[in-house]
Design a protein around this ligand. Structure first.
Ligand code: PEP
Ligand code: MG
Length: 581
């Protein structure tokens, strides 16, 4: 049994057989060999290397004869790589010392080489990465490794283990079979984590290198509440986790009874409790959990989950479906938040050294009007079916807001001129997720109908900490006093100007932090559907006065850790039912 610690990002407990993915999202031939077989396994590799080498040499000679020496040199370069002494000593070490099977060692080492090459700024060397992967394929073929199978072809429950999973790969996981996942990289605020919550798949990220030690047919427990991953658990551990999973199921069943009750504090203050969604099908989960509306619809997932670039009609269909199903409840559609860790079908920006500080979100939309316009048209068209509100992400300057609003007006005029049914009077809001926007909020409030605080990015940009980077995950805390001061300041400005403000970042889905937000004056929270019942339970268990006292105390604290310990303590006193042991 091996116990690993990572970052808990999507709650719940999952137990099942391991399925290890390679860097391209394929299952890889993976297993360890018995110590007495290591020698013959290494010999098998040597034979495969000789065969690939002979094949490459034939290709080199034939190509040189037909297309000239320069073209033939492509194979000469591959031959050189194949015989690189460092490559061989690494393969030998993995097979003989770590008892890895030859196919597994080949995949791991060559993928490692390929990603190192891809990271080089020299484009010629970066292109060599493809050559390395080509060698990998040939070696695997010679080793008779099973043909790689795509992850989409699952037929039994699994726990996915991967070095990395992008938000779109996560979005495409087959929920029928993927019970949980864990990755070596990633941080709590990354969009992969957010998608995992949306899909209600327990997940742990940022574990660090661990996959090399996974034996064949390993069983895995993913503890998405505490960030633990247990490989090949012993009997006692397995039993205790099965019991915990059972206790969680009973809590979920009890909380389900709150569905039709309002999110109201004991003193009668009504809190709006909405749901965050990434996909139209999540409206069912939002309604099942009794959401008051959709507080954040992350529309960029329309791009990330489909094979082709969505058309205006695709946008229109998706938004119409959501607003119709929400049946009169408000739906806040956020315009595309592509870029950084959420890339679409074609590169909308050149290579960027600092993508989170680069051409992402509203900046990218404003520079790619052929992408932005169809979305805005679709939103205004779908608005005839219900209560749609439009929200712009990552607004940093007043100029951006004005540009976006102007484009919306132009699009509305076009629709009117063409006689296409639409609404042009929908409320327009912006996300408050950059410190500059908080500082200048007095000016922004004059030009928007509502605000929503995105604590995921607000924490990232306030604390100068990448939200999806495991190395600095401990610094990434929305409960950091600096972030809390910015939230408080935003609420004060919004209240003074009578502009509705909500919090739709992940912070609001943590029951303790949600109570703190109520104490800071927030009256509208938006959370992933799966976590909505817990937050509702917390709201229904406290008075606003108690929340204010929590906020008062918290605002005297100096560090996120102190804030969270205090909040956990108060939650234990006020809503003990939510603490699952
Ligand atoms: C946020 O930044 O808090 C937010 C809600 O948006 P996203 O997580 O999609 O960046
Ligand atoms: Mg954001």
């Amino acid at each position: 049994m091996v116990e690993l610690q990572g970052i808990p990002v999507s709650p719940g407990v999952a137990i099942g057989p391991a399925l290890v993915l390679d860097a391209d999202g394929y299952r890889i031939p993976r297993c360890l060999v018995a110590a007495e077989d290591a020698e013959s396994e290494y010999a098998r590799l040597r034979t495969a290397v000789d065969a690939v080498s002979a094949h490459l040499e034939t290709s080199r000679l034939e190509t040189t004869a037909v297309a000239g020496e320069e073209t033939g040199d492509i194979f000469a370069a591959q031959l050189q790589m194949l015989h690189d002494p460092r490559l061989h000593s690494e393969l030998r070490r993995r097979i003989k010392d770590q008892l890895q099977s030859a196919p597994y060692a080949v995949t791991r080492v060559l993928h490692h080489y390929a990603s190192a090459l891809r990271r080089l700024s020299n484009p010629v060397l970066a292109d060599r990465a493809e050559d390395v992967l080509d060698i990998e394929k040939q070696l695997l073929m010679q080793l008779g490794a099973v043909a790689k199978q795509p992850l989409s072809e699952l037929s039994e429950p699994v726990i996915v283990l991967s070095h990395v999973l992008t938000p779109s790969e996560t979005a495409n996981l087959d929920r029928r079979y993927v019970r949980g996942f864990c990755t070596e990289t990633g941080g709590a605020g990354g969009h992969t984590s957010i998608v995992a919550k949306g899909l209600e798949i327990p997940a742990v990220v940022g574990i660090g290198a661990f996959m090399d030690g996974i034996g064949a047919a390993s069983q895995v427990i993913v503890d998405g509440d505490r960030g633990k991953v247990i490989i090949d658990p012993d009997k006692a551990t397995l039993e205790s986790y099965e019991q915990r999973a059972q206790r969680r199921r009973s809590l979920t069943a009890r909380l389900a009874e709150l569905r039709d009750l309002p999110a109201e504090t004991v003193d009668g203050t009504r809190i709006r409790l909405s749901a965050n969604i990434e996909f139209p099908y999540e409206t069912a989960a939002a309604l099942e959990r009794g959401a008051d509306g959709i507080g954040l619809y992350r529309t960029e997932f329309l791009y990330l989950s489909s094979q082709q670039e969505p058309s205006e009609e695709d946008h229109y269909e998706a938004y119409s479906q959501v607003v119709r199903e929400m049946n009169g409840r408000p739906v806040v559609i956020r315009t595309l938040d592509l870029g950084a860790d959420k890339m679409g079908h074609r590169p909308l920006a050149e290579h960027e050294h600092n993508p989170f500080l680069g051409l992402r979100s509203i900046r990218l939309s404003l520079r790619n009007l052929d992408v932005f316009r169809p979305q805005l048209r679709a939103v205004l068209r779908a608005a005839v079916h219900g209560d749609i509100r439009l929200m712009f992400p990552l607004i940093t300057t007043i100029g951006e807001l004005r540009q976006a609003r102007m484009l919306l007006n132009v699009v509305a005029e076009d629709l009117k001129d063409s006689g296409i049914a639409h609404r042009s009077d929908i409320p327009v809001g912006m996300m408050v997720e950059v410190p500059a926007a908080v500082v200048m909020l007095e000016h922004f409030v004059r030009e928007v109908d509502f605000l929503s605080i995105g604590t995921n990015d607000l924490a990232q940009y306030t604390l100068a900490v990448d939200r999806s980077n495991e190395y600095v995950a401990d610094l990434y805390q929305s409960s950091d006093p600096a972030v809390l001061r910015l939230i408080k300041q935003s609420v004060t400005v919004a209240d003074k100007n009578e502009i509705p403000i909500s919090v739709c970042g992940e912070m609001s889905s943590n029951p303790g932090r949600a109570l703190l937000l109520l104490g800071l004056g927030v009256r509208h929270l938006s959370v992933p559907p799966s976590l909505l019942p817990r937050v509702k339970k917390a709201i229904r268990s406290v008075s606003i006065q108690q929340c204010k006292e929590i906020a008062q105390r918290v605002m005297t604290l100096e560090a996120a850790r102190d804030v969270d310990l205090y909040l956990l303590d108060r939650l234990g006193d006020l809503v003990p039912e939510l603490i699952v042991k």
